[in-house]
Write a protein that binds this ligand. Structure first.
Ligand SMILES: [Zn+2]
Ligand SMILES: [Zn+2]
Length: 655
């Protein structure tokens, strides 16, 4: 269909009878006129849609005109100022929402006949003509999409031709190495010293002594780490695993990711292992192109969806036999992922994270070679924020910012990043004592590192732990005691106790000492604040004296009272539950003026409080921040006129 030809086809204006129908029947939204036509030698269905709203105003021009064959359709939209072409289907164009009850009918019998005949190929006889039209458009759209998907999938399948066969020993490697965490000895429980068992790893009958259900031990035959399972109690075991396999491609290499399930049922001698390939990432230069095995858009097929990177393969065992050869000549040649993947049997690696991080942090190579495996594990996980490394360091010592001796310590403990951070904190805090088993120390204090580090400024780790163990009870366990003790020590420091004295440092009755110190500190703070107020008050005295002469006023019922001193301002705040007590400093500094509004019948009782600044009323509040009543408002207005404004005039005259 050529738009130029379609455009030239004469527009059908609505008939008189259609207009008359529109005027009589309210619930129809659109009237449809359909005819077939030969346009540029093609047989085309021409459908005109008239809007009822327009028809009843005698506007007979169609709102839309649809041209359709059984392979394509296009719509001319007349709703705007100029006609435009639309490729959408009728439903989307006029927003037919059946729940809104928008309805379309044929304007004459002939239109219905034409549509029924034109769409006979659908074989949807019972459908009304309009629905046939929509169904036909849907089928055309589906075919179009399928064609597009087919073209897309053809491109992908060409890419997938770079994938080669898996090596012969792959499944064996999956079972042996990638699933190294899935090894069991099933034993028949008996009272004998050695029970009969079967090792799922070496597939041999073994005698086991002292086995307990779900306990870890070693196979007496192959020597591997296994879990013991009592035959009758372990009914079904399902283990998961992940595996990655590297392969050469035309422009680099591809990493293929497999999800593994291994099931042990009653026939535990024949476990079922199933392997599904779910992800492929093609590495070309420094680019990574991911594909995932998913249902492909709306094609109804499962295929390698390109550009998607949703499946998480963060803990994957790597097939390493061919790694060196494959990475040779790529930007990852020296990334040391082989050594990292072999750091223990079936070691878990975040392969995409590792390769990606390596590009910006090539020192990962040295870290692996220096066996700083835990640091590399952290560094290659996607959540890791790496702020502690000196990117420009020329050696591992420079990169970590430590001395040779400190580096050896880090290496010996195979620190992770939390441990390294803690260690460096201790180095910079000049701690004399650093626990030799640093991993155990960090594990114990992982949630309380700052607490123990603060305590270690007062005493040794050993003494701190001994003291907390001594004081720990069921009600106050180890860490609760530690928290209490630290609070006490901080109070004591503020109270200037002699913490070097071991009677002060290790109080006999911790809780009592803590409460006493807290109380004493409270008293001290109050005393200090009173002292401060007193000094402020001295300064405020003469100011308040001056104010009294100028600001005092009464209308006979209410009065403006100038506070006697700062203490009475604080008192007023406590009485009326607002925050005026916080203003005493500013009053003493002459920055603001606080005045009391009181009833003449009881001049002592707090009522309203007013703040005046530069001759203006800033606020006037009663109990609990409440607004002024009408009475107070009138009084305040009068005060403004009679006193404040006059003061302002006097100020002006004086200046
Ligand atoms: Zn074994
Ligand atoms: Zn074994």
């Amino acid at each position: 269909m050529d738009k130029k030809d379609l455009k030239r086809y004469p527009i059908k204006i609505a008939d008189k009878s259609t207009v008359s129908q529109a005027c009589r029947i309210e619930k129809i939204d659109y009237y449809l006129h359909a005819r077939t036509a030969l346009i540029a030698h093609h047989r085309i269905l021409v459908v005109s849609l008239y809007k009822r709203e327009k028809l009843i105003k005698e506007e007979k021009h169609p709102a839309y005109r649809i041209f359709m064959t059984n392979k394509e359709y296009i719509t001319q939209d007349f709703c705007g100022e100029k006609p435009v072409w639309r490729t959408g289907c009728i439903e989307n164009l006029i927003e037919i929402k059946w729940y809104h009850g928008i309805s379309i009918v044929c304007c004459d019998d002939r239109s219905a006949e034409v549509i029924n005949r034109f769409f006979a190929y659908l074989q949807k006889e019972p459908l009304p003509p309009v629905n046939k039209l929509m169904e036909a458009q849907k089928r055309i759209m589906d075919t179009r999409l399928k064609k597009r998907y087919k073209a897309e999938m053809k491109v992908i399948s060409k890419k997938m031709r770079e994938i080669k066969k898996l090596p012969k020993d792959f499944m064996e490697w999956i079972d042996e190495t990638a699933m190294a965490h899935s090894r069991y000895i099933y034993y028949k429980y008996s009272r004998k010293k050695f029970m009969d068992g079967y090792c799922t790893h070496c597939h041999s009958e073994v005698k086991v002594g002292g086995a307990k259900h779900r306990k870890i031990g070693f196979c007496p035959n192959c020597g591997c780490k296994v879990m013991f399972l009592a035959e009758g109690r372990a009914k079904y075991i399902l283990d998961h695993g992940q595996a990655a396999y590297f392969q050469k491609t035309d422009q680099g290499f591809v990493v293929r990711f497999f999800s593994i399930r291994k099931e042990y049922g009653r026939q535990y001698r024949e476990p079922k292992t199933s392997v599904t390939e779910l992800k492929r990432i093609f590495y070309e230069g420094d680019k990574a192109l991911p594909y995932e095995w998913r249902s492909y858009k709306q094609s109804g097929k499962v295929y390698w969806y390109d550009g998607l990177d949703g499946y998480a393969f963060y803990y994957t065992a790597c097939y390493t036999k061919n790694l060196e050869k494959i990475l040779n000549g790529t930007p990852y040649q020296y990334c040391a992922i082989k050594q990292f993947s072999e750091r223990y049997e079936g070691a878990k690696v975040n392969v995409p994270g590792y390769l990606w991080r390596y590009l910006s942090k090539p020192f990962i190579e040295y870290m692996v070679k220096g066996k700083l495996y835990h640091l590399v594990e952290d560094l290659t996980q996607s959540w890791y924020y790496s702020g502690v490394y000196n990117q420009n360091g020329k050696s591992l010592m420079e990169i970590l910012g430590v001395t040779k001796e400190q580096f050896r310590f880090i290496q010996r403990n195979d620190m992770n990043s939390f441990e390294l951070n803690t260690y460096k904190k201790m180095l910079s805090g000049k701690y004399r004592e650093i626990p030799e088993d640093f991993r155990a120390f960090c594990e114990k204090y992982k949630h309380n590192v700052d607490m123990i580090l603060t305590l270690m400024q007062y005493t040794t780790l050993h003494k701190a732990e001994r003291y907390c163990n001594e004081k720990a009870t069921q009600q106050h366990p180890f860490f609760a005691v530690m928290r209490l003790w630290l609070d006490y020590l901080q109070f004591a420091a503020e109270l200037q106790y002699d913490i070097k004295n071991s009677f002060v440092l290790f109080p006999k009755h911790l809780i009592k000492a803590h409460d006493n110190a807290a109380e004493e500190l409270q008293k001290l703070r109050e005393k200090e604040s009173r002292k401060k107020m007193k000094l402020q008050n001295e300064r405020a005295k003469s100011l308040l004296e001056q104010y009294r002469k100028v600001y005092s006023w009464t209308d006979g019922k209410l009065s403006i009272v100038v506070p006697k001193d700062l203490f009475s301002i604080r008192e007023e705040g406590h009485c009326l539950h607002h925050c005026v007590a916080g203003y005493t400093q500013d009053v003493a500094d002459g920055k603001t003026i606080i005045l009391f509004v009181r009833r003449n019948s009881n001049l002592e009782k707090p009522f309203y409080t007013m703040e005046v600044k530069n001759g203006k009323i800033m606020q006037c509040q009663g109990f609990g921040h409440c607004e002024e009543t009408e009475e107070v408002k009138r009084f305040v207005n009068a005060y403004k006129k009679k006193v404040l404004n006059k003061l302002k005039l006097m100020d002006l005259a004086a200046s």
